[in-house]
Write a protein that binds this ligand. Structure first.
Ligand SMILES: [Zn+2]
Length: 82
């Protein structure tokens, strides 16, 4: 039996791929970069050194919110096309 906890190598998630370079800072409009923090999980930080806004959001939560947003946009489009 396996007793040791084997660290699973973190592969790029779908979210990361989909959102890389697309997450924009609400403060200054610069791009966010994704940082992996072993303690708090995923973080996004503004690339603009004068701004450096940091958002702590997990991939799971980010996916959820993006999915919600896309569903919302989809429903909007459905409504306006009928
Ligand atoms: Zn910024």
């Amino acid at each position: 039996m396996l007793n040791a906890v084997v660290p699973v190598p973190r592969r790029a998630t779908g979210v990361e791929d989909a959102l890389k370079g697309k997450v924009i800072c609400g403060e200054c409009g610069s791009r966010y970069e994704r940082i992996l923090d072993n303690r708090v999980g995923e973080k996004w930080r503004c690339k603009n050194p004068e701004c450096s806004t940091t958002v702590k959001i997990t991939d799971a939560l980010l996916t959820e919110q993006v999915t919600d947003l896309m569903n919302y946009a989809y429903r909007k489009r459905q409504q306006s096309s009928t």
